[in-house]
Design a protein around this ligand. Structure first.
Ligand code: NDP
Length: 600
């Protein structure tokens, strides 16, 4: 489709539909393979040797399941509130969560470090770059743990297998794969929205006899190199295949293109690749920031990213750019006598998106030398249909002589055999197959977390959520006393900066636990009415992040499958947006009333 044709919105929409239809699969989210049984080794920890220890049967005030930023931020806020007896339980060999596991070369965060890295002022860290790489993010996780003494009582390489409420003693009993039966007065869990790797359900995948691993378990023993991007010398004579071209693949492909003898990128849907424009942070400028700066940056970013107004755009990047374009169109439309009807808002969104995506497609032509490869790398969907990507070396990688794009025209790899992969009847011989196939979304919470939670009267969380997630603030669940869920859903749901959801949740949990301890309450629980009321409120949200069925399939829209109430509830957020939610929850927890919770 030429640049001129792209200026015709109807033609563009028709092209988007045709590209989406190619990718719709009847299996939907069932197309992926769970890493269990003969695929269970894809979950093995390549970074830490598991050390045997005696099982634990002790009792702590607060146990947190998950040692990522959820656990760390909550742990920090609890310690700040004077609640010292905190234990974090983590399946990996160290803190870091996503950043413990994802050590693939080139891994970095697309959200600016000034707002993404939590507790920068509390830990005294200056980000080295506008966007920082995974080792620095992992370093910040470890720094938070050290600053707040969270290593002292933590247990690592320990997977929770069952969480059970004991009403007699008002304690949670935590069963683990180490034979532990720890008890805790309060339990919080932050097991991550994108945590459990999924594998592509390609026929014959189990027959491949070469080396294979998932990007979240990078095998540096095999490839050589290191997470800092050192040369992967052991790939110099290898034919490497990578399946997937999502945000992960976009970051590691430039490194593989540089180091492998031949790299075959098996593409089903191209990502949108906007500019990165990374640069070092100037220490002199950083030193001029006044105390409280990070909170101001967080509010500024969340405001602009969700379509609000601010005098200045402090972060100024691809996330705020698209939101500002839409907002400015709405304002111009109003100034010209337009209105705020859903149709006008939709038009402003579509016009801004058409403009942005046309720029993104033009960028592919500017960078990629081979016209056929450039054509295949162009994304034909709205930017927010898939996770937007930002990179200044990805498209350039296809100009390397050893880097080959194998475009499957939306169909995916046909089959895999002992020695390689088949696409369009052509066999690609591979020594190594890297699966950049992403993480489970939309499967049952207990399956993703790896354990079931049994509340009052033996009801499981899976049963309670059979018709969709139900909570107060995304955090408290009726029938599950003294339990806190930490994640973006049913709260702020700020997707562009996940950690802000988590630091706020930490403050809320610290306030609730502090109050329960102060008044001597054994149990704190959301009332049924409060939970119901919150869900009713969420369901009034016209902007609910439930996924758009018109989009190209992916985990944002249930792989193009049906998006019913259950899917919408799992991905919903506060009707007035993240900034309003953060204001609301800060007021809610500071009144001391904790409306909707019952302390007894
Ligand atoms: P994704 O789920 O985004 O991507 C998986 C990829 O695998 C897609 O390209 C998908 O194609 C492809 N795929 C799946 N099955 C097949 C098949 N049978 N044949 C060919 N291709 C197949 O996973 P990622 O790990 O890339 O990213 C997950 C999320 O993690 C991101 O969306 C983001 O939220 C987060 N992340 C953030 C980063 C950051 O901040 N920079 C970096 C990395 C990840 P298709 O698109 O057609 O489904």
């Amino acid at each position: 489709m030429s640049a001129a044709e792209q200026t015709d919105p109807a033609a563009l929409r028709a092209k988007y539909r045709a590209e989406r239809d190619k990718r719709l699969r009847s299996e939907g989210n069932q197309q992926y393979i769970e890493p269990t049984g003969r695929f269970a080794h894809f979950l093995d920890d390549p970074y830490t040797v598991r050390v045997e220890r005696e099982p634990l049967f002790d009792d702590v005030t607060v146990a947190f399941i998950g040692g990522g930023f959820s656990g760390l931020c909550t742990g920090a806020r609890l310690k700040q509130a004077g609640i010292d007896d905190v234990r974090i339980i983590e399946g990996g060999g160290d803190f870091g969560g996503a950043w413990y596991w994802n050590r693939y070369p080139g891994a970095m965060c697309d959200t600016a470090a000034m707002v993404y890295l939590p507790l920068l002022e509390e830990t005294g860290h200056m980000p080295s770059m506008k966007y920082v790489f995974a080792p620095e993010i992992h370093g910040q996780a470890r720094r938070i743990a050290t600053t707040f003494g969270l290593y002292d009582n933590a247990v690592f390489s320990t997977r929770v297998t069952l969480l059970e409420w004991d009403d007699q003693t008002s304690r949670w009993v935590i069963h683990t794969d180490r034979g532990d039966r720890m008890r805790a007065r309060f339990v919080a869990m932050g097991t991550g929205p994108l945590h459990r790797p999924k594998l592509p359900g390609i026929p014959g995948i189990e027959t491949f006899i070469g080396h294979a691993f998932h990007t979240s378990r990078w095998d540096y023993e095999y490839t050589g190199g290191d997470p800092a991007g050192g040369r992967m010398a052991r790939l110099a004579e290898k034919q490497v295949g990578i399946i997937g071209t999502g945000a992960t693949a976009v970051q590691c492909i430039p490194h593989l293109a540089r180091d492998a003898k031949e790299l075959y990128v098996f593409q089903r849907t191209p990502s949108s690749i906007d500019v990165r424009n990374n640069h070092p942070i100037d220490p002199e400028w950083f030193a001029t920031l006044q105390p409280g700066w990070q909170q101001r940056w967080l509010v500024n970013f969340a405001t602009l990213q969700s379509g609000g107004f601010a005098d200045e755009d402090l972060v100024k990047d691809g996330w705020t750019d698209i939101a500002k374009r839409i907002r400015d169109r709405v304002v111009a439309n109003l100034a010209n006598g337009g209105d705020l009807s859903p149709e006008s808002l939709l038009r402003a969104y579509e016009e801004s998106d058409d403009e942005k995506m046309t720029e993104i497609r033009a960028r592919v032509d500017e960078i990629v030398c081979d016209p056929a490869t450039a054509e295949a790398l162009k994304p034909w969907y709205r930017q927010l249909c898939k996770r937007p990507c930002f990179h200044d070396e990805y498209l350039q990688a296809y100009n390397e002589p050893g880097c080959h794009l194998v475009d499957t025209d939306g169909k995916g790899v046909e089959r895999i055999d002992e020695t390689g992969a088949w696409v369009n009847g052509v066999h690609y011989e591979l020594d190594c197959l890297i699966l950049a196939s992403g993480f489970e979304v939309g499967t049952a919470a207990a399956r993703r977390a790896g354990f079931e939670t049994t509340g009052r009267g033996g009801e499981t969380l899976t049963q309670h959520w059979a018709e969709g997630m139900r909570s107060l603030h995304g955090m408290n669940v009726h029938g599950f006393p003294n339990l806190f869920i930490v994640g973006p859903s049913q709260g702020a749901n700020l997707i562009s900066n996940i950690t802000q959801n988590l630091t706020e949740a930490g403050s809320t949990i610290a306030a609730i636990v502090g109050h329960a301890l102060a008044v001597g309450a054994d149990q704190v629980e959301a009332t049924a009415a409060a939970e119901r009321g919150w869900i009713e409120l969420l369901e009034t949200n016209p902007r609910s992040f439930g996924g758009n069925p018109d989009c190209t399939p992916g985990y944002y829209n249930n792989e193009g499958g049906p998006i019913g109430r259950k899917e919408r509830l799992g991905a919903s957020g506060y009707p007035d947006g993240p900034v309003a939610y953060f204001d609301y929850i800060a007021r809610w927890r500071s009144t001391g009333e904790f409306t909707g919770l019952e302390f007894c």
